[in-house]
Design a protein around this ligand. Structure first.
Ligand code: M6R
Length: 611
């Protein structure tokens, strides 16, 4: 939620800031702004709407000279999207200028305090409060920017990544964070700051991760870090392995379509990282046979699509490894005082590794003394850093708000956990293990084949561009796939859709079926095929238009369904990796046919760093 950037160096700052904001626009896109400093002068420019408005207003940055600046692209939390609420915010006289990502929970209380000290507020944002709080401490104690920021950090409750400039400190940017992402990159001719890797990847791969409640000072030639006591601290520089091209569209019209096509590679790379000598090997996550053998229960906690992966994981792990699994939405888990049994593990799944609810769930599990495993895509993210064990997915940077390749890589991660645990507990034979490994290894090529048939789906989907509602039904793993298909459809096409456990339809939802209502039956599980077919017949007799998604060979379904999509045969456990592809494509083509912004759907942001 919100993207922040900063640059200080030899080059003109504004074009670099705009470029970085362009890479972060997926994090929020209702307004944008920048502040650039030239000598004593600090120029602030803001615009409501997409980043293009800000680019126009600044002549692509040429109209705002200076070598030091900060920028922001906003996803509104406090205050409507407007120019006045857009960042940067400034204290009177431009003593302190700042941009912020996150939510300051006690901003009302801090605002009152500052009002009592004569401060005036022009926007409805919590950010203006943060900037003025820093200004207040800066003037009160007449100390350094580090002291002022640290005083403010002690008072602020909530999450924040702040980038600040001080009038008295030319050519310096200060940054601080708590529970909101921020990385700092260095080159020979400048220092960069961003909420996420793509913002700075064009310039450098050498980065520092700012820790919670640490402060960084950026100058053109170096970056220095300080702790909450104001003492200088040493930090290790890391190298980002992602290459710049992987964060570009590479000839595709949208990131989402590019990322759909990258799924064979994401799956292959994740498999390669954890399949060794024909066995699932989680030693990279410091999970050895002894640890896995002793796990008696797993709790999977996540949000959105990652939660849907958890739903698949429950079916796969329980059945393959004989371990009971509970799945929770992170936003529920964190507030329900979960009773976690001994000899268990809490698995947090998150692409960004920054989702606020998932991070809070992880911390709760740790507080309760339960070991935690994070399945995360973004290296060095907060969840990855806080978890006891980390299993990275190798999807590369995912830019489209609707997740595709990260979801697919997460599916592989839970499959591998199931396989490793099943082997450790000796609940599968060597022959069965070999069969499952073979099936996993076939997935990248099979996914490729499913994607090859995309035109047929485009043709079918375009007929439903004006649909009001759609329903996804399935049983067991197929229900979990339906949840993801439904989310893909609604989040980018804005068509209302629901996923139902097929047997549950009769308990209320079936009354919504009218003449022509689109119902998508997911039928990848042989054992449940006939059961779901019966439910499809029930809705058909009430007028539904039926699409079936099933495996090659189930040709008899053509007697029931109006349109059938076939996927290659695989082990039932791994069918989600293939079945999700047509559903992602349907969401994509519906969004396209409706003329919507596929990669940046309304009201959403890529990483949800607020509750
Ligand atoms: O970064 P995370 O995996 O923690 O994000 C979780 C959800 O916000 C995310 O999956 C969301 O539901 C996507 N928009 C789905 O496409």
């Amino acid at each position: 939620m919100c993207g922040i950037v900063g640059y200080v160096g030899q080059k003109q700052a504004a074009p670099i800031l705009l470029h970085g904001l362009g890479k972060l626009e997926y994090r929020g896109y209702d307004s944008a702004g920048l502040a650039v400093r030239e000598g004593e002068e600090i120029t602030v420019v803001k615009a409501k709407g997409r980043l293009a408005e800000l680019s126009n207003k600044t002549a692509d940055g040429q109209a705002v000279p200076g070598n030091c600046g900060i920028g922001h692209t906003r996803w509104a939390t406090h205050g409507e999207p407007s120019e006045i609420n857009a960042h940067p915010h400034v204290s009177d006289g431009n003593f302190v200028v700042g941009v912020h990502n996150g939510i300051i929970e006690n901003y009302q209380e801090l605002r009152e305090k500052l009002l009592n000290h004569g401060y005036k507020f022009y926007s409805q944002t919590d950010t203006e409060v943060a900037v003025k709080l820093v200004d207040y401490y800066y003037k009160k104690y007449l100390g350094t920017p580090i002291d002022a920021i640290n005083h403010a950090q002690v008072r602020i409750r909530g999450s924040y990544a702040l980038a600040l400039m001080f009038k008295d400190y030319p050519n310096e940017i200060y940054a601080a964070r708590k529970d909101s992402p921020m990385i700092i990159g260095t080159t020979e001719d400048g220092s960069f700051l961003g909420s996420d890797v793509p913002a700075i990847l064009n310039y450098t791969r050498n980065v520092y991760y700012v820790g919670d409640m640490e402060v960084a000072r950026l100058t053109a030639s170096d970056v220095t870090f300080f702790n909450l006591d104001g003492d200088q601290i040493e930090k290790e520089q890391k190298v980002i392995e992602w290459d710049a091209e992987s964060a570009e569209k590479g000839g595709f019209e949208h990131f989402m379509m590019k990322e759909i096509h990258e799924q064979p590679k994401a799956v292959q790379d994740t498999l390669s990282a954890y399949l060794k000598d024909g066995h699932a090997d989680l030693s990279a996550a410091e999970l050895d046979t002894e640890i896995l053998k002793n796990i008696e229960r797993m709790y999977i906690v996540a949000c959105g699509s990652a939660y849907h992966v958890g739903m698949v994981g429950k079916y796969v792990i329980e059945s393959m490894a004989d371990i009971p699994v509970e799945v929770d939405l992170a936003s529920e888990f964190r507030y329900r005082d979960p009773k976690l049994v001994k000899n268990s593990i809490v698995i947090i799944i998150s692409q960004s590794g920054e989702t606020a609810d998932s991070l809070a769930a992880l911390r709760l599990a740790k507080k309760k003394g339960i070991p935690t495993l994070a399945i995360v895509n973004v290296v060095g993210s907060s969840i990855a850093r806080d978890a006891d064990h980390v299993m990275y997915t190798y999807a590369g940077p995912e830019i489209s708000v609707a997740t595709t390749k990260a979801y697919s890589a997460q599916l592989i991660a839970v499959d591998l956990i199931a396989l490793a645990a099943a082997a450790a507990k000796e609940v599968i034979s060597d022959e069965r293990e070999a069969e499952l490994v073979k099936a996993l290894q076939a997935l990248p090529e099979q996914i490729e084949k499913v994607i090859e048939n995309k035109e047929r789906l485009q043709w079918f989907t375009s007929k439903f561009a004006n649909e009001k509602d759609a329903f996804f039904i399935g049983r067991g793993i197929d229900y979990a796939i339906g949840l993801e298909g439904s989310l893909k459809m609604k989040e980018i096409s804005y068509i209302h859709s629901e996923a139902y456990a097929a047997g549950e339809l009769k308990h209320g939802t079936i009354s919504l079926i009218e003449e022509g209502t689109l119902v998508i039956g997911i039928m990848t599980q042989d054992a449940l095929f006939e059961k779901t077919r019966s439910n499809m017949v029930e809705v058909k007799s009430r007028g539904a238009y039926l699409m079936a998604l099933t495996e090659n060979g189930h040709y008899s379904i053509e007697d029931t369904a109006d349109f059938v999509v076939y996927i290659p045969k695989t082990e039932p456990y791994f069918a989600p990796s293939l079945a999700v592809i047509p559903l992602q494509l349907m969401g994509y083509y519906l969004s396209l046919a409706r003329g919507l912004d596929v990669d940046k759907p309304r009201n959403l942001a890529k990483s949800v760093t607020v509750e």
